[in-house]
Design a protein around this ligand. Structure first.
Ligand code: UD1
Ligand code: UDP
Length: 368
């Protein structure tokens, strides 16, 4: 049984479902629909089948509200379907609560993207705690990198239960890059005429809501207004806290394009078009090296230091002043952008789903 519900979970679980189904393993796919609006186009893009829909999305709901709905609605499904293993991905509310529900039914949990740690229990919030708790609940830990594996071993997880697989987001990216895509309305925006350097911006992390997010958006607004050859494309996350700040600070300004969230193939095209990525997203830190794009990470810390170490990403340390300095430096010199184009992706080679599925099959062979 796979359980997912937010945008990044669908992108990262899709290759695993497709791989398992391709070798004849029966999957039961449960969507919490935590992000109903964001995931619908992804379900179509990856041609997924949803067997159970928990329908937990409510506007502006609290973390506990989402948790309670997932816990209550998944339990009868676990009872009736009796899966051999429950697969969860990452660190969302859906992932943590599904893992707990499986634990309560004595069903083994497989954790995709295991072993990420920022080192600060409160940042990112609540994800860092969610990941730590899922590691306690899981039986199979699918680590993207050897660093993630080492982290799990240092926390006392059994070596035989940790598998270094790469992150299936790279599988999803490769799959998407290989597929032709239709022209979309926003392709008509003649960005070439109004600004040659496109900054693709996303932001949604809870710990930066309020002053920190507003200060970053103000820096972005000033940076563009002072340079006629720079423009911003910003697909705005549906979280109302993000929408309000985005519209107030960046709305109705020349060369700043606020979009609805983009379907994944569209977003990939904008990543390829971009001069620079600016984001607090986890997934973008993994995708950017594959596309050879420099990424400024709007965060104090990262659970993905591999990207910083290989030179693909730089942290702004959560400081608007540092963001401004970094943007100015890279506007004046192409050195960083040139380096990033040469990099190998530390998060995988596009075969993570195959490795995850063979680890699961080896386990099945041992227990049968
Ligand atoms: C969630 C995850 C976060 C992940 C992010 C990816 C948790 C605690 N957080 O954060 O780890 O990085 O997704 O995007 O699980 N909304 C809609 N339509 C949608 C999706 C969201 O309207 O399709 C609005 C709703 O008002 C919702 C709010 O956004 O209440 C916040 O969504 P929620 O899933 O609670 O948290 P995210 O901030 O999206
Ligand atoms: N993404 C997308 N459309 C958008 C913005 C992002 O398809 O408008 C993709 C992006 O390529 C990445 C994933 O969504 O694969 C990241 O999701 P998000 O930033 O919401 O979550 P996080 O990775 O931070 O948990």
């Amino acid at each position: 049984m796979t359980v997912f519900g937010t945008r990044p979970e669908v992108i990262k679980v899709a290759p695993v479902i497709r791989q398992l189904e391709s070798i004849g393993v029966e999957t039961i796919n449960v969507s919490s629909a935590q992000h109903r609006d964001l995931i619908q186009p992804l379900i179509e893009h990856f041609d997924l089948r949803i067997d159970h829909d928990l329908d937990v999305m409510r506007p502006n709901q609290t973390l506990s509200g989402t948790s309670a709905r997932v816990l209550n609605t998944i339990d009868p499904i676990l009872e009736s379907e009796r899966p051999d293993v429950v697969l969860v991905q990452g660190d969302t509310t859906t992932a943590l609560v599904a893992a707990q529900a499986a634990w309560n039914r004595r069903c083994p949990v497989g954790h995709i993207e295991a072993g990420l740690r920022s080192g600060d229990a409160t940042n990112p919030f609540p994800e860092e705690m969610n990941r730590r708790l899922i590691s306690q609940l899981a039986t199979f830990h699918f680590a993207a990198t050897t660093r993630n594996q080492q982290t799990l071993l240092s926390e006392g997880i059994d070596r035989n239960q940790v598998f270094v697989t790469g992150n299936p987001v790279i599988d999803a990216l490769h799959w998407t890059l290989q597929r032709p895509r239709d022209l979309q309305d926003n392709d008509q925006i003649d960005l070439q005429a109004i600004g040659q350097r496109i900054i693709l911006l996303t932001t949604h992390r809870r710990e930066s809501f309020g002053d920190s997010m507003r200060a970053n958006l103000e820096v972005m607004a000033d940076f563009v207004s002072e340079r006629e050859d720079v423009s911003i494309v910003f697909p705005v996350h549906p979280n109302p806290a993000v929408r309000q700040a985005a519209e107030e600070i960046l709305g109705n300004r020349p060369r700043i394009h606020l979009f609805e969230p983009l379907a994944y193939p569209e977003f990939v095209v904008w990543m390829k078009r971009a001069w620079m990525l600016v984001s607090d997203s986890g997934g973008l830190q993994e995708e950017a090296p594959s596309l050879g794009k420099p990424l400024l990470v709007l965060r104090k810390n990262t659970e993905r230091p591999e990207a910083v170490d290989c030179g693909a990403t730089r942290l702004t340390d959560g400081s608007a002043t540092k963001l401004k300095e970094e943007l100015t430096t890279h506007y004046l010199s192409n050195e960083w952008a040139d380096q990033v184009r040469q990099l190998e992706n530390p998060f995988g080679d596009g075969s993570a789903a195959e490795r995850i599925s063979s680890a699961l099959l080896q386990h099945a062979a041992r227990v049968s």
